[in-house]
Design a protein around this ligand. Structure first.
Ligand code: NAD
Ligand code: UD2
Length: 309
């Protein structure tokens, strides 16, 4: 009998496809459930150990079929754009919360216990701005996206208590790396800046560029996701996933310029309404439970890999 696969929902997307690569490198078989809304078939390698099911996590029957026979689940499928959730709260809710409930129900029915879930720093809203953001800060979801992530966390905890699921909840900070799609103005800033810099197109900075973010390279993130799948036991409580380092957009641009040897024209536009000034993870819980690569990928190295330099 073929080895039981790991189910990666959203596996054809940015983070998901990087995780699929890491799982294959460790010898796992992988099943991907993805509706290809932002993910791409071409993000997945041609490999007999990868099975792609094109389907929607909002479709309970489809999720049940996908979960059946798996050894564990990594649940990444979601409308990842906060702006999309502001424009279509109900449509995104189907993927972002009903999808999570379908995964929980599918796992309960199939007797699968371990699930690694992609939550977001968005659950903190503006809380903790300017300090290192710890997991126990009050939550302040400001958008449907953040509300669905936080509600998903609560449902996962219910299934842990009631049905013995083993959820590992990660709150990702700003993740970047290969296959992040730069096509929307709300795409991750690094995907936009690097694409434009490579094409010598002008770059727009919203505000003075002194706002800071905690950028984590996707290759480091997927190492942590694999450890969460393999850990013999799961500890309770959500875990921030960030480097705990603040990088300003001006520093980011400098680093891109250093890697490429040049930068296009940069213009400053008014700051985005509601933009957080400083966001940085307190990652002490992460470091107490999991290992980041030693040393973790710093921004310069991550940009060099992303830019193929
Ligand atoms: P992405 O858009 O590349 O990946 C999401 C994947 O889910 C795509 O392949 C998409 O096609 C799929 N998908 C969307 N709706 C679906 C549905 N209804 N049914 C099945 N598949 C569906 O984005 P990403 O950055 O790789 O995000 C992965 C996860 O990480 C998401 O849950 C996102 O909310 C979370 N996250 C990402 C970041 C970040 O910095 N990239 C930060 C915090 C949280
Ligand atoms: C991140 C998440 C978002 C939500 C939020 C919670 C991404 C892509 N977004 O938003 O989903 O979880 O955190 O706090 O991960 N910027 C420019 N020029 C551009 C694009 C962006 O100056 O062309 C600025 C932007 O105004 C912001 C910074 O870059 O100050 C980072 O923007 P972002 O959209 O990458 O991520 P963020 O932290 O706003």
């Amino acid at each position: 009998m073929a080895e039981a696969p790991i189910l990666v929902t959203g596996g054809a997307g940015f983070i998901g496809s990087n995780l699929v690569d890491a799982l294959l490198a460790r010898g796992y078989h992988v099943r991907v459930l993805d509706n290809l809304s932002t993910g791409k078939r071409s993000n997945l390698p041609q490999d007999a150990r990868v099975e792609l099911i094109v389907g929607d996590v909002a479709d309970a029957d489809c999720v049940h079929r996908a979960v059946d026979g798996c050894r564990a689940v990594v649940h990444l499928a979601a409308v990842a754009s906060v702006q999309a959730s502001v424009e279509d709260p109900l449509g995104t809710h189907r993927a972002n919360l009903i999808g999570t409930l379908n995964v929980c129900e599918g796992m309960r029915a199939a007797g699968v216990r371990r699930v690694v879930f992609a939550s977001s720093a968005a659950v903190y809203g503006n809380n903790g701005e300017g300090e290192a953001i710890g997991e126990d800060l009050p939550k302040a979801p400001l958008t449907p996206y953040a509300a669905d992530k936080l509600a998903s966390e609560h449902y996962l905890d219910f299934y842990r208590r009631q049905h013995g699921l083993e959820p590992v909840v990660f709150r990702f900070f700003n993740i970047y790396g290969p296959r992040q799609d730069p096509s929307s103005p709300y795409s991750g800033v690094i995907s936009i800046f690097t694409e434009r810099a490579q094409k010598s197109l002008p770059i727009s900075v919203f505000g003075d560029g002194e706002q800071t973010r905690d950028f984590l390279y996707v290759g480091d993130l997927v190492e942590v996701l694999v450890q969460a799948l393999e850990a013999p036991q799961v500890e309770q409580g959500a875990v921030n996933v960030g480097l705990a380092r603040a990088t300003s957009l001006n520093q980011l641009l400098q680093a891109i310029g250093a890697v490429l040897g040049q930068l296009p024209a940069i213009s400053h536009l008014p700051a985005r309404a509601g933009d957080i000034r400083h966001s940085r993870a307190d990652n002490s819980r992460l470091l107490s439970r999991y290992r980041l690569p030693e040393p973790p990928t710093d921004i310069r190295e991550g940009l060099a890999r992303l830019l193929g330099k």
